[in-house]
Structures are given as structure tokens and as C-alpha cells.
Design a protein around this ligand. Structure first.
Ligand SMILES: Cc1ncc(COP(=O)(O)O)c(C=O)c1O
Length: 371
């Protein structure tokens, strides 16, 4: 077993469990800050952990700016005392009124949001103005992922003008997320990121020349933030998420990044239904099922294991070593995709120096805290 994941006494751990290794999280945070150059350049995304104690570790490391995707995450951040929150999601429907309620309840949170369409901008501006409030809104630019955002061009310019002139709204800058850049080669990834960056800078400079403020450009995720970090543009804010926990998927995708999976799943054998099969208590209610079946986990101590069947609470492995296992035996597994896996667990066990020292609630897994 990898000594970094050794736990002296596992008897109190209910499986399947997500166990978080505190020193590894700390090391990942320090690595993230070191790549950024300074904590002040970072705006990490909390969707990966959704945990107040980890937010506080980030705050203790000097990271003051934070990013999230849901109001529950934003509320978790505000309750930790974060004073600069970007809710990086397009607000529609009841979320417009929620933004007003949020700013009333957490006036120190500095809540900002993003938009890519005129109607929500008008609705948000009207709601804020009527409440005697204003909110920073970033224009979401589509640099190739084609998930949300508008491409650089006249439509983007018109929307930015709207952000700069609508009562109740403050133009907050640009949002540039590029989750499509998954090139394994660092050189190829850097070339792709740099290609998408040129028009963004030209666009930003043109907006400023028109007299509109562009205070920040929020860029990148785990794979691309090291490339943006090499640029000296003072408006850049780096927004990785996954690397705080890291996972097997990103270890495979981004071999140049030295982060260590810090949140792993502990599972127990519940049956050995055939001479070449071991069944674990690790169904897809405990690990993200967005990777295809058979690829959701990596078992470092059982490299020949094939994941042949997964149900809600069962995972069947085929392995030549099945005969070595008895019911109750433990294995640890690295999730391929940690962020949605975390959200499946109400609590995580916290390991420090090989011992279970705490349990932390995954507070922001809920869709609503109070607002
Ligand atoms: C808008 C946005 N920003 C930042 C991130 C963080 O990226 P990563 O998980 O690659 O670190 C994500 C991830 O989904 C995202 O959607």
C-alpha cells in the first residue's frame, strides 16, 4: 500500500467512505499557490470540496478570492467569511431574486455573478436597482468549450456595454473557462490556451479603450491555470478547482502537474461470489458515474482488477487475486472524477498523520442552505 494513504485504525470508518488526507490537501494548496506565484492571483473553485474547513485552509494560505457554481456553495463561502465571491453561473428564474436575498443577508460577501445574455442582465439589474443594491457581473466568454458564453465579437461588446450602463449592475470583467483544453502534452495545451487568449486580450483592451472598466479576467481550470500563471497581465485571476483534491482522471490527463490525489475512497469486501470475483460496497451512489462504467475508479493495490459490474451499492471486480480476499477486507480506490464524488458523501473522514482525526460535513452538497 502507498504509505501516504495508510490509516492506522479503520475500525470506526463506515464504508464506503471518502477519506481526506489533510497533509496532502495542504500540499496541493501550497503547490497551487506556488504555480500561481502568489495567493492573491488565485480564485479557486470550491465545487470540488464543498467543505468549510478546506475553505478556511485556503483563507489561511492567503487566498481571499473564491469561485463557486451554486448558491449553496456561495453561502458556504460567505459563512466562512469570504469577502470576494464569484458565483460563476448564469442566473435565471428564481435565482435572480436569490441574488438580491443573498446580498441582503451577506453584504460583506462581495457576491458577483456572470451572464451571457441581455434578458437576465436586465432582470438582474432591475431587481438589484429596486432593492437599492448593485452587483458585479462578469461577461462569460466562450473560448471554445461551447457550454456557455458568447464569443469575442460585436455581440460580446454590446453585452459588455449593457453591463457597464445598466443601473444595479457593475461591469465586473470577463470570465474565460476552458474546460475543453485536455491536451496531454503541456506544449500543445499551452499553444491552444495562448491561441484562445490573444483575442480575449485584444477584446479586453478595446473595452477599456471605450471607457468601460474591466477589472478582472477570470481564467482557467486545473489543466490550464499554470499556463495563464506564466502571463504577467495583472487582471488575470486563476480559477482551478479539482487540484485541491486532485483525482485519477487528472493524473492521467495532465502528467505535467504535480498534485497528489488527497481524497480517496475506502471500501470493504462484502462477497466473493466466484473464484475470480470480489464484490465491494462501492456502488455508484458513492462514486461519480460520469466516467463510463469500468473506468470510475483506480485500485492502486489491485492493478489487475477489472470493474465488471457496478450497481447502486455494489462493485464487482474480476481479478486473479480474488482468492486473497475475505469479507471485511479493505481496499482503497482513487475516484476518476473527484468533484461529483465528493457531492455523494454527507461527511468525509479526515486523516492526519495516519489517524482519523475528524469528520467534516460536505456542507455545500445541498442545493439550498438557507437562501
Ligand atoms: C467555470 C469553472 N471554473 C473553474 C473550474 C475548475 O476547473 P478544474 O476542475 O479543471 O480545476 C470549473 C470546473 O468545472 C468550472 O466549470
Amino acid at each position: 500500500m502507498d504509505p501516504r494513504y495508510r490509516i492506522a485504525d479503520t475500525r470506526e470508518i463506515l464504508t464506503p467512505a471518502l477519506v481526506v488526507f489533510r497533509e496532502l490537501v495542504q500540499a496541493n494548496l501550497e503547490q497551487m499557490i506556488s504555480i500561481a506565484g502568489r495567493a492573491a492571483r488565485l480564485r479557486p473553485h470550491c465545487k470540488t470540496h464543498k467543505i468549510p474547513q478546506i475553505t478556511r485552509m485556503e483563507l489561511a494560505g492567503g487566498i481571499a478570492k473564491h469561485k463557486c457554481a451554486t448558491f449553496a456553495e456561495a453561502e458556504m463561502l460567505a459563512q466562512c467569511g469570504v469577502g470576494d465571491i464569484l458565483l460563476s453561473y448564469n442566473l435565471v428564474g428564481p435565482n435572480i431574486a436569490r441574488a438580491v436575498e443573498f446580498l441582503r443577508k451577506y453584504p460583506q460577501s462581495g457576491l458577483m455573478v456572470q451572464a451571457d445574455h441581455g434578458e437576465p442582465i436586465s432582470a438582474l439589474g432591475a431587481a438589484m436597482h429596486a432593492a437599492g443594491l448593485s452587483i458585479g457581473v462578469l461577461l462569460d466568454l466562450d473560448v471554445g468549450q461551447h457550454r456557455t458564453g458568447v464569443p469575442v465579437g460585436p455581440q460580446a461588446r454590446a453585452l459588455y456595454q449593457m453591463l457597464a450602463t445598466t443601473p444595479g449592475i457593475r461591469a465586473g470583467g470577463l470570465h474565460v473557462y476552458d474546460g475543453h483544453q485536455h491536451q496531454k502534452s503541456r506544449e500543445e495545451r499551452a499553444a491552444a490556451v495562448n491561441r484562445e487568449w490573444q483575442p480575449v486580450v485584444a477584446f479586453r483592451d478595446a473595452l477599456i479603450a471605450e471607457g468601460w472598466p474591466v477589472p478582472r479576467v477570470v481564467c482557467g481550470g486545473t489543466g490550464s491555470f499554470p499556463i495563464y500563471a506564466e502571463k504577467t497581465d495583472p487582471a488575470i485571476e486563476l480559477s482551478p478547482g479539482t487540484c485541491v483534491f486532485h483525482d485519477a482522471g487528472y493524473t492521467e490527463h495532465f502528467p505535467d502537474l504535480v498534485f497528489t490525489p488527497a481524497a480517496v475512497l475506502l471500501t470493504r469486501v462484502i462477497s466473493r461470489p466466484a473464484s475470480d470475483r470480489v464484490t465491494l460496497d462501492l456502488g455508484y451512489k458513492a462514486v461519480a458515474s460520469d466516467p463510463p462504467a469500468g473506468k470510475r475508479l483506480v485500485f492502486p493495490d489491485l492493478p489487475d482488477a477489472e470493474q465488471v459490474l457496478q450497481n447502486e451499492e455494489h462493485l464487482v471486480l474480476r481479478t486473479q487475486r480474488a482468492g486473497e480476499f475475505q469479507p471485511g477486507d479493505e481496499l482503497y480506490a482513487l475516484p476518476w472524477h473527484i468533484c461529483p464524488s465528493t457531492a455523494l458523501h454527507q461527511q468525509v473522514y479526515v486523516i492526519s498523520e495516519g489517524k482519523v482525526v475528524d469528520r467534516w460535513d460536505v456542507v455545500a452538497r445541498d442545493r439550498r442552505l438557507t437562501i
